[in-house]
Ligand binder design. Sequence first.
Ligand SMILES: *Cc1c(COP(=O)(O)O)cnc(C)c1O
Length: 344
Amino acid sequence: MEIEKLARENIRKLKPYSSARSEFSGRAEIFLDANENPYPSGLNRYPDPLQRTLKKKISALKGVAEENIFLGNGSDEVIDLLIRIFCEPIKDHIITLPPTYGMYQVSAGIAGVEVRKIPLTPDFQVDVPLILNMANNFSKLLFLCSPNNPTGNSLEKESIQYLAKYFKGILVIDEAYIDFSKQGSCIELLRDFPNIVVMQTFSKAWGLAGIRLGMAFASKPIIDFLNKVKPPYNINQLTQNAALEALGNIKEVQKRKEEILVERKILRQKLTAFLFVQHIYPSDANFLLVKVETPDALYDFLIQKKIIVRNRSKVLLCEGCLRITVGTPEENEKMLKALASYQV
Ligand SMILES: *Cc1c(COP(=O)(O)O)cnc(C)c1O
């Protein structure tokens, strides 16, 4: 498959901005090339536009070569860039599989790109034959989310692999919750398929939603396009510093993640006991999708108690459901206590 041919013509032809820091990135004593302020503040210099130190660490951790890594201002920036690289407004479209993460549709909407929706099956899996039937030459991007938000389940690996093989556009696999999952990452598929993008993020298991850092793993042609189109200094120095610190402290991140997994199990057990809880879906993520008798009333009740969950009860296939993030043991206890005082 030729990735080049999938990209928009204007992007293929684009001559990217060449920043001072990318024209000269070697060692020197005096930098008078970027109109920076010479007085040191720790942050007076522009950051490395390609975040090489950070990518080295991520490369070692994930077993992916640096040239196959792109870093975005959150995964949300990667989603936006991919749509703008591959989708010609009005002509091309993306495919999403609702119920799923809302940003795919919003980014497409901003770019003036059509969204074709092929719902997940009732057990929240991918309808592979239907997708391949519906797809055509204008289906440039197919977004899969695994584990899926808001349903919490992982998509079957065989389905993902089959789509990677037979879908003729770019398959984007959003793994924002992969660290909480029993199922392994699709990063291993990168070896065989030049048309997939695996997205991960520092926002969930890493506990760094505030720094806005998303990762994309893909073949070199796709990474090259992302680098060509991104704002030159899209990952600021503070973010790079914070991520490096976290990468030097992986044991702590792991420990927190394990605690969340233990808490997820406890929360599931305790929620099951409430009569108004009709179903708790299996979760491979740090949240539970919970079907309740009176979702809107329960949602409002929790707000009164100053506890905010996500009301997904109007979302296709999630009728009656609230999405509840696993909090600290104390937070979860407080929520359970509030629920115990709820009268249907
Ligand atoms: C939370 C989340 C993200 C994270 O996006 P960032 O921009 O990296 O914070 C991405 N995808 C899904 C499905 C999510 O739920």
